[in-house]
Structure formats: structure tokens, C-alpha cells
Design a binder for this molecule. Structure first.
Ligand code: ADP
Ligand code: MG
Length: 634
């Protein structure tokens, strides 16, 4: 035995220590996942071997049956999971089982809440699966040898999950990795054939690799013979009617590391066309924690003729569908394809278009047949899907049909589609009206809404950060243009009821315009720096003033976002609109004191800024003005 050879004690990276601490002390509500995680690693290792052996057949070492063996020993109180996959050399073991290489680790750790249930959800997603062994074990021993190296190149890794681990060189006859868990005091119920089998069938039934356990005698004694305990068929290969919903769900959990059931899935087998493929695509029921991170991982696994090639592929689905999980198995790509070649392979656009179509069809199905589930979908992924309006020109109309908004008619949740909106439009109404604001409160109390409310015209309330951007790319839907109610001149004939005599109205307006002309001029000269013009409003009922943007300008919400991001914002001045039916405005008409008029005018401008959620350029001056005018009233 050369176990002592090259033995050293090493410290875990700080993040690993932190993680282990959480695993050991908080993840006891869902203990059984350790087996799923270790089997999943064994299966990854076998996939890797299969793939590397394509170009280097010597790696098979005359042992091409690829299996995972799971066994337990009640005497030593251990469970062992062994695979004949790719294995690890000393360096690989050190970096794979001693550090967390992936970016965003700190982020992951900061998200842990101390609440076991939600934390255990995160752990699998983050791909720190190996450490889950310490949920049930107080000592873990790993023996591994990389495929293709001699038996003297085995490595032993051992740790009790405290700050350190031990490494040594060993001889290992068989290729691959063997992990032994020395169970904690109260974990004996895992030393049970039936228990282990049921966990395996629950999570790993449709792994394309046989998972074997020792055959037991009738008395429950272990024999030398091994039997396969999972179905070991690639699930996506089976006809739909041979797979139960539970099996689809379990497979989803296996590939996604998610604890919850998927929301819905779709499976396709396309043969005989220009591209042949099979795919099984899932939509999760909740968003992963890293969805809005730049390096958020994509969840598609690629197989070529049943051989696993790569995962976390970005080429096959656009960014706005990055929440989709699943597998693509195709004969349209060569087996020896690399990530680099994959970038510009001529088949990619075809496969990509097909997969996008499948996902959008699936969403259609949700909308039509399962509206409750669509709500869940929209809540979880609506903001991601919206990115598609800018990203995917070909599918823009379809994507627009999936949008859901709050509106002045449906305030409580995002449930109004553009189609519903159009169906509810007034007969005289030509446009789809919307307002963008930072939040629902700001949107629904905006002065710009007043005339719409009075005339019972529905307005969409857009309050997500991305919305301004969405409407920037979506200018019309089914022939109706989208119009911001805070932009441009509002045309009266669309708003006011058609019963009014149009000529009479115009005459009245002209007269008003003449009466207020001097005031408008004066105010404009007071606010030359701040506004483009001051004009009479058609939008206001209760408020004295509001600010209106140019039709083509970006709008206050977008301006704030860009400023916050440190971007240069083109200087455009808004227009100040006056409500001549308002007492304040009428009083102003008679104000003779120039200084007071200036103060009032500034105050009106400032309250219009506040009402749209913008910051005051000089808050102290505002307060001073307000107090001065207040004093006058005593
Ligand atoms: P992940 O599987 O998401 O990468 P894990 O914590 O489960 O994260 O595993 C960490 C790494 O350890 C794996 O990426 C792999 O490189 C290595 N590893 C774990 N188990 C095995 C195994 N049975 N055979 C070979 N490598 C393994
Ligand atoms: Mg893993």
C-alpha cells in the first residue's frame, strides 16, 4: 500500500468553508438530494468520458460498459457511489473538490437566507452538488483515477467537512471515481436497499446510464450480482405515451437541479426534414436566482446521436428564453463538434428557429388552455420574455401577444393583454394608451391620467424597468399604434365623447387661448431654462399642471435610468401644460406682482416634476419658495 505517499493536508477555500457550514448546519430538510447530486456527477463524468473517447478511444481501457454502482454497508455504516467515468487527477481533485471555481459564488452565498427550504433550492442550482454529501456524512472519502492514466496515478481525498481535507496518492485499478460516505449518527435509515432504490427512481430513473445495486437474497443479504435499478433509457427518446408526468418531472429535476416541479414541458421528434432532432423542453415554475446576471447559465444540454456533447448552451435559444431547460438530441451536427465550431455551424440557425417556435407554441398552449399557469409563467419570466421584443425581430408580433400589463381597468395584477385592450377600446379610440412610471402608485396617480379617467378610456400602466425599452421597440400592435399619454399633443377628438359639437368646441378653445395668451407668454419667459413651451392642456381635470414630453423623446423614467447608469442624456425640455379650469391657474391670471408670479410659476413647474417622479433640480429653493408663499397666507 502506498496510501501514505505524498500525503498532505490542505485547507478549503474560504467560500467552500462557508458553504460546507451551511450544508452541514442548515440543509437537513431535504437530505436525500445528496444521492441525486452524486449520481448526477457520476453521470456527468461518464458523459465526459464518452465524449473524450470519441477522439481518443484508448480512454475506454477495454471497458466500454459505462455504469454507476451504488451500494451500502451496515457494518461500516457507509454508502458508496462508484462510476467508471472520466475520473480526476490530483490537480483536478484539488480544484474541483477544494475550491468553487465558478463566478458568482459570493453572490450565491449572499443569497442564502438561513431558511433551509429555500437554501436547499439554491444549492443544487448553483452546482455545488458535491458538498451535499456532508448533509448526511461526517466523513467523505473519494478515490479517483483519471481515464488513460496508469493505476498508480490514483488519488485519495478525504475530509470531515471541517476546514480541511487530506490528499494522498494511491493505486486504483479501475478508472473513474468512487465516493464513500461515512454516515452521521442518525442517518441509518439510508442504509436500506429500498430507501436508496426509491431515491434513485425518484430522481435518476431516466438517466441514460444504468445505475446498479447489489442483488439481495430473500433474507436481504447482499450477493455478488448487480442489478440495474433505473430504467436507464434516455427519456426524450421514448414515445410520449410511454412516459408518465411524474417521470417527466423527475427528469426535469435531474437536469435542472430544481426542487420544484416544472410548469410545463414539450417534446418533439422531427424526422425526414432538413434537420432531424429530438427535443424535450421545460419551463420552470420559478425563476433561478441568477436570471438577471450577465453570466446566467442557459439550461440546454446538447446530445448528438445520444452522446452527450455539451451543456449550458447559449447557441440554441435566444437570451430572452434563457430560463428554458431541456435537451436537444440531433443528427444534424457532427459528433466531434466543439464549442468554437458550434458558433458558426450552418445548422445552428435552423435548430434555433425550431426550438424558439416550440417554446412559443408552448406558451400559446398555456395561454389558451391553462391561464392559471400562464399567470405563474408571466410572474416568473415576463420580464425576461420582454427582452425578446428588442432581440427577436421575426417573432415580435408573437411575443407582443404574450405581454401582460396592469391598467386603469385592471389594477391589481398584470393581466391585460394588448388584444384584450383592443377589444375594450372605445369606438372612437384609435390608439393604445400607456403611461410609464417607476411604480404603480406613481403611475396611477399621475395627472396625465385625469382626462382618460373622466372619459373612461383604459390606459396601460407600465412600471417595470424594462417597459420603456419595450415600448421603444413595439410601436404598434395589430394595426393600432402605442401612444404614451405623457408625450406629444393629445388630440381632442379621440378622447372627448363624439356627442360634442366639434366646431363649437374649437371656437371655445380659440377664445380661451386668446384670454390666456398673456399668462402663457409670461410663464414661458419665467421658465425659459426649464421648459420648451407653456400651453393649455386637454389632459387635466383635477391637477393644475403637468409636464409633457416630445413624441420622440425618451421619457422621464428612461432619462432617470440612463442618468443612474452614468450615461449622457440628450437635453430635451418638456412642455408645461396648464389646466385653465383649475382655481390656481385662474388666480394666476390676475397676479400683478411679478416676483410672486415667478414664484408661483416655479412652484407649479416643480410640483409637475414631483408628480412624474422626477427629482427637483434645486430642492432647497423649492422649500424656500413654498415657505415664503405659505407665510403670506397667515
Ligand atoms: P457541478 O457538478 O455543478 O460542476 P459539483 O459540486 O457537483 O458541481 O462537482 C464539482 C466538480 O467536481 C464537477 O464539476 C466535476 O469536475 C468534479 N466531480 C465531481 N464528482 C465527480 C465524479 N464522480 N467524477 C469526475 N469528476 C467529478
Ligand atoms: Mg454536480
Amino acid at each position: 500500500m502506498t496510501i501514505e505517499a505524498h500525503q498532505e493536508k490542505l485547507s478549503f477555500q474560504a467560500e467552500v468553508k462557508q458553504l460546507l457550514d451551511i450544508v452541514i448546519h442548515s440543509l437537513y430538510s431535504n437530505k436525500e438530494i445528496f444521492l441525486r447530486e452524486l449520481i448526477s456527477n457520476a453521470s456527468d463524468a461518464i458523459d465526459k468520458l464518452r465524449f473524450e473517447a470519441l477522439s481518443d478511444p484508448a480512454l475506454n481501457e477495454n471497458q466500454s460498459t459505462l455504469t454507476i454502482h451504488v451500494s451500502f454497508d451496515t457494518e461500516t455504516r457507509t454508502i458508496t457511489i462508484a462510476d467508471n467515468g472520466i475520473g480526476m487527477n490530483r490537480d483536478e481533485i484539488m480544484s474541483n473538490l477544494g475550491t468553487i471555481a465558478k463566478s458568482g459564488t459570493r453572490d450565491f452565498l449572499s443569497r442564502l437566507t438561513g431558511d433551509q427550504k429555500s437554501d436547499s433550492h439554491l444549492i443544487g442550482q448553483f452546482g455545488v452538488g458535491f458538498y451535499s454529501a456532508f448533509i448526511v456524512a461526517d466523513k467523505v472519502t473519494v478515490k479517483s483515477r483519471r481515464a488513460g492514466l496508469g493505476k498508480e496515478h490514483g488519488v485519495l481525498w478525504e475530509s470531515s467537512g471541517d476546514g480541511e481535507y487530506m490528499l494522498a496518492n494511491i493505486e486504483k485499478e479501475s478508472r473513474g471515481t468512487e465516493i464513500t460516505l461515512h454516515l452521521k449518527q442518525d442517518e441509518d435509515d439510508f442504509l436500506n436497499d429500498w430507501r436508496l432504490r426509491s431515491i434513485i427512481t425518484k430522481y435518476s430513473d431516466h438517466l441514460g446510464i444504468p445505475i446498479m445495486m447489489p442483488k439481495l437474497t430473500e433474507e436481504g443479504k447482499r450477493t455478488e450480482e448487480w442489478v440495474t435499478v433505473n430504467r436507464a433509457t434516455a427519456l426524450w427518446m421514448l414515445p410520449k405515451n410511454q412516459v408518465t408526468d411524474d417521470e417527466y418531472k423527475a427528469f426535469y429535476k435531474h437536469i435542472s437541479h430544481d426542487f420544484e416541479d416544472p410548469l410545463i414541458w414539450t417534446q418533439h421528434k422531427i424526422e425526414g426534414g432538413s434537420v432531424e432532432y429530438m427535443c424535450l423542453l421545460y419551463i420552470p415554475s420559478h425563476a433561478p436566482f441568477d436570471m438577471f446576471q450577465r453570466d446566467a447559465h442557459h439550461g440546454l444540454k446538447l446530445y448528438v446521436q445520444r452522446v452527450f456533447i455539451m451543456d449550458q448552451l447559449e447557441q440554441f435559444l435566444p437570451n430572452y428564453l434563457r430560463f428554458v431547460r431541456g435537451v436537444l438530441d440531433t443528427t444534424a451536427l457532427p459528433l466531434n463538434i466543439s464549442r468554437e465550431i458550434l458558433q458558426d455551424h450552418p445548422m445552428i440557425p435552423k435548430l434555433r428557429a425550431a426550438l424558439v417556435r416550440h417554446v412559443l407554441d408552448l406558451l400559446d398552449r398555456l395561454v389558451k388552455d391553462e391561464p392559471e399557469k400562464y399567470k405563474i409563467f408571466w410572474h416568473a419570466f415576463g420580464n425576461v420574455l420582454k427582452e425578446g421584443l428588442a432581440e427577436d425581430f421575426t417573432n415580435r408580433d408573437r411575443l407582443a401577444s404574450f405581454l401582460r400589463f396592469t391598467s386603469t381597468t385592471s389594477l391589481d395584477e398584470q393581466s391585460v393583454s394588448l388584444k384584450t385592450y383592443i377589444e375594450r377600446m372605445k369606438p372612437t379610440q384609435k390608439k393604445i394608451y400607456y403611461i410609464t412610471a417607476d411604480n404603480l402608485n406613481a403611475a396611477k396617480s399621475s395627472p396625465h391620467l385625469e382626462v382618460f379617467r373622466k372619459n373612461n378610456i383604459e390606459v396601460l400602466l407600465l412600471t417595470d424597468r424594462i417597459d420603456e425599452w419595450v415600448v421603444g421597440h413595439l410601436t404598434e400592435f395589430e394595426g393600432k399604434s402605442l401612444q404614451s399619454i405623457i408625450k406629444g399633443d393629445l388630440s381632442l377628438d379621440e378622447i372627448e365623447s363624439p356627442i360634442l359639437d366639434k366646431q363649437e368646441e374649437e371656437k371655445k378653445e380659440k377664445a380661451q387661448q386668446e384670454v390666456f395668451e398673456p399668462l402663457l407668454k409670461k410663464m414661458q419667459s419665467i421658465l425659459t431654462k426649464e421648459v420648451q413651451t407653456v400651453r393649455l392642456s386637454h389632459r387635466l381635470i383635477e391637477s393644475p399642471v403637468c409636464l409633457v414630453r416630445d413624441q420622440m423623446s425618451m421619457g422621464p423614467q428612461m432619462e432617470r435610468l440612463m442618468k443612474a447608469a452614468g450615461q449622457a442624456v440628450p437635453e430635451t425640455k418638456p412642455t408645461l401644460e396648464l389646466n385653465i379650469d383649475h382655481k390656481i391657474v385662474q388666480q394666476l391670471q390676475h397676479e400683478k406682482d411679478e416676483k410672486k408670479l415667478a414664484d408661483w410659476t416655479h412652484l407649479l413647474y416643480e410640483q409637475a416634476l414631483l408628480a412624474e417622479g422626477s427629482a427637483l433640480p434645486d430642492p432647497a429653493a423649492f422649500v424656500q419658495r413654498l415657505n415664503q408663499l405659505w407665510m403670506l397666507s397667515f
